[in-house]
Write a protein that binds this ligand. Structure first.
Ligand SMILES: [Fe+2]
Length: 428
């Protein structure tokens, strides 16, 4: 019967369309990679042509800046070698204003107009329909469709279906370009951020040098404290970012000294009560200086503020106890003391390493945090035993210390005592 083949062909047609829609929906999944995306777009376009047995067609992406239509896929236009066609912004606006739900009449008229504008590229080529790809009122691209292989004319229904398929392609192109833009912006931001970080680090180094120049007895102190802090934090398993941050905190921990009376800082004697009071302003002053700055690392101002706190609460400026003290400040405290004890001061010579470690032992749990002392000793011992990557700590100590390895039994003992908890764990 006549009805049967028609039903059959309708069924086939519907299935083919469903398949095409499903493929086009996948466009959304493939938008990340440009090469894959364009390949997928070409396949989808050929499917669209196949669904209606259309012999020839073009899909192009509109490049607003260059004022051209870049051809992504075409079929049946072998004579045209062009990969892009000029299209004025005015023309693009007009086409976009027709929207994606245009009438058959408009689609036919626009196709004729487009052919007229690009005669050289489309000589002797029949194009029946032009479909603008429009997303949010902007022209994303254009689809041009030639006649059906059957020779039948396009109907309004055909146009509706083809337009719906084309809309998928338009949205796919749009999403892909948006993603590309976001990636470019993210890359730009990353570069900007890296640049800012570099500037920040250079500024911090300049400040560290300024702090150390003011205090002529402690040349290089801030930089060494930064580096000792870094070594300890790394041994404690801090992340790379946090380790970088604590190095910065070390460089800046004494920045508050910039506002302390120069005569007090450079006094060759031990401080009297008045001078001590003047000097003890520096952690809070440092906090005031550092807190308005937005640092790319956490807690820099707090680490400066609390680097003279003690675990037992007898430190300054806030008398914080145990875990009230930020972890980074506990590290800077030990690094600061280590450098103070291992460098000559106007009122005393540097201590022997054995005495430094005795001081650590005596003051762990009161002044110093046990976990920080323990990490310091572990890092030091690893360098002496040659199991560390490098000998940063030993190099920082300088040539003034011979026979560094002689303290390894002391280090081992201190680690064992701290790990075994035989030393006062106190407030921690
Ligand atoms: Fe200090």
């Amino acid at each position: 019967m006549v009805g049967l083949p028609t039903d059959f062909s309708m069924e086939t047609n519907t299935q083919r369309l469903l398949h095409t829609f499903a493929t086009l929906a996948d466009l959304g999944q493939e938008i990340a990679n440009t090469a894959d995306f364009e390949e997928m777009l070409r396949n989808s376009f050929h499917l669209l042509l196949g669904s209606f047995a259309i012999r020839r067609g073009v899909v192009g992406e509109y490049d607003r800046e260059r004022g051209e239509l870049r051809l992504i896929a075409s079929r049946g236009l072998a004579q045209s070698q062009d990969t892009s066609l000029p299209i004025s912004s005015e023309h693009a606006r007009e086409v976009a204003s027709l929207g994606s739900a245009l009438s058959l009449d408009d689609a036919t008229k626009e196709a004729a107009r487009f052919l007229e504008d690009h005669k050289e590229s489309f000589a002797a080529v029949e194009i029946d329909l032009l479909l603008p790809l429009v997303v949010r009122d902007r022209l994303i691209g254009i689809v041009l469709l030639g006649e059906k292989a059957t020779g039948e004319k396009f109907t309004e229904e055909d146009l509706e279906v083809v337009s719906a398929l084309a809309r998928h392609i338009g949205v796919g192109i749009h999403s892909h370009r948006l993603l590309e833009e976001v990636e470019t912006k993210a890359e730009e931001n990353r570069r900007l951020y890296d640049g800012l970080r570099a500037i920040y680090k250079e500024t911090v180094h300049a400040f560290a040098a300024a702090i150390d120049i003011k205090d002529r007895y402690t040349q290089g102190h801030s930089v060494r404290v930064g580096k000792y802090s870094e070594i300890i934090a790394r041994e404690m398993g801090w992340s790379d970012d946090a380790v970088e941050g604590i190095a910065i905190a070390g460089y800046l921990h004494d920045i508050g000294k910039l506002i302390v009376d120069l005569n007090v800082i450079n006094s060759p004697e031990r401080f009297n009560a008045k001078e001590s009071k003047e000097m003890s302003r520096h952690p809070a002053a440092g906090y005031e200086i550092l807190s308005p700055i937005s640092h790319p690392y956490a807690d820099i101002p707090l680490m400066a503020r609390h680097h003279h706190e003690r675990i037992d609460g007898n430190g300054y400026p806030d008398g914080l106890k145990g875990d009230e003290i930020p972890p980074g400040a506990k590290i800077v405290t030990l690094a600061d003391s280590f450098d103070a004890m291992t460098t000559d001061r106007p009122y005393r010579k540097k201590l022997a390493l054995r005495d430094v470690l005795e001081d650590f032992r005596a003051n762990t749990g009161t002044q110093f945090a046990p976990e920080v002392v323990c990490a310091f000793c572990r890092a030091f011992l690893k360098e002496i035993e040659g199991t560390a990557k490098d000998q940063r700590l030993i190099k920082l100590l300088g040539k003034n210390y011979d026979n560094v390895e002689s303290v390894s039994p002391l280090l081992s003992q201190l680690i064992a005592d701290l790990d075994g908890g035989t030393m006062a764990a106190t407030a921690h």
